[in-house]
Ligand binder design. Sequence first.
Ligand code: GLN
Length: 543
Amino acid sequence: MQSKTNLEISKPKFIFITGGVMSGLGKGIITSSTAKLLQLSGLKVSCVKIDPYVNYDAGTMNPMAHGEVFVTDDGGECDMDIGNYERFLDIAMTKDHNITTGRVYSDVIKAEREGKYLGQCVQIIPHVTDAIKNQLRKIANEEMLEVMVVECGGTVGDIESLPFLEALRQIELEDGHSNTLFIHVTLAPMIDVVGEQKTKPTQHSVQELRRIGIQPDILTVRCKTPLTMDTIHKISLFASVKEECVISCHDTMSIYKVPEVLENQGMLKSISNKFVLKDDYPKWSNWKAIAKSFCEYSGIVRIAIVGKYVTLQDSYVSIYHALLHAGANIGRQVQITWIDPEEFDNLTKHINYLEEFDGILVPGGFGRRGSDGIINTANFARIKNIPYLGICFGFQLAIIAFARNVCNIEGASSTEFDPSTTDPLVKFMPEQQTVHNMGGTMRLGKHEITIIPNTQASKIYGTHLIYRRHRHRYEFNQEYQQIMEKHGMVFSGYSDNKRRTETLEIPEHKFYFAVQYHGEFNSRPGTPEQAFDAFIKSAVPKS
Ligand code: GLN
């Protein structure tokens, strides 16, 4: 635990972040940035995401509808905002930091079956709200947090979020005004023709919040350009929030600039007015320099991401950030083009288009659709000597591409999309044979990987042991290892006593590296994950 404390008392304080007007306002970034400021002021802080949907976790949701499934060290399949918290705070979260209606109800029903509520009629208030409060307090106490920032997903007024907001309101009642603080995130749209920032959506959304008994202390208002004094005055009056607590959250060049935007308007002072922080200023350390590195570039690197879920870029949000981290690290802006692999399923199509890019990345994916296009992509990158980074599915399909085109194993395939293949280069993991439920049953979370000396992987990582997160059911079939090696592929990383293959490389290629794990979840601004770093460095065009 941190030795120095910024607060007088040991009881954890809570900041609750709610959302108004509409989704997609960047509540996760505001949550992360607020927590970052508190961390920079010397406090032990962490974040929790409440997702009011009934799913137990994000693992079974469609990435094209809900965005990436972020995997934690302990194998949690979480909402993508957990990734923002990790990137901003550089703390490994656990799955408990993502609370869903599904998890809460499942705990309550389990307790009811165990007889923990004998004789009682189990109700939303107090039983469900108690379960929510207990879960939040348990994390805060176990992790000895001084401040816990809790983001409530959804928009105020949604039916699903009501029990959660009610629980947060009760915490304020029980812990007192000086230990709890509500930040409400809203929007001040600008109507182009009028050129005026409109405050009505914010007014209505605050009214909705008040209707359920919550008066926000701070409003962070999303807007294109900084809020004018007029707008701030009007919002302050109608929402009954002090002017200095109406904070303009205007567009920035990088999300890592948001802590500065908030702090320039006195965010920590406003929090301190309630919490009485000893140090209500951040010790920026290298954070400002890191944020600046995402705003000033000396050149670009063009990367094609050929992935199944590109219609929603949030499907690959950690990959996107890992690439940006790697670019910023060497003063390069990474320009990403999102390509659906189905475009290359049939080679009569324009795969040569990929030659325009400095590097090609194939991220994770599931199922048959687009797999031919990915295999063609992996092969094209190899033939054309274009830097290639394959992640999970991008690792498995690079194996198939190499087996088919270099080792002449024409029928090489994966049992994932060709169950009766004669040459299962990629096969179902033996442990998965007995698995029937789909939720939470993949090979998940952090595993130790041994890196073979004198390989590209050992150069990339500079160590013989790494720990990375996983999320898969299929793996390389090691029966084919010899023939692949004979033709020039090197397998340079293993796990589970060499029983599982984790990395591959082609030494004579400019950069051809693929991994079974998801390094993107470990990438941080200022310290990109090493494989992403090496990939971007290899892709920098020679001037
Ligand atoms: N579908 C593959 C598997 O389950 C790859 C998973 C992934 O890319 N995350 O093994």
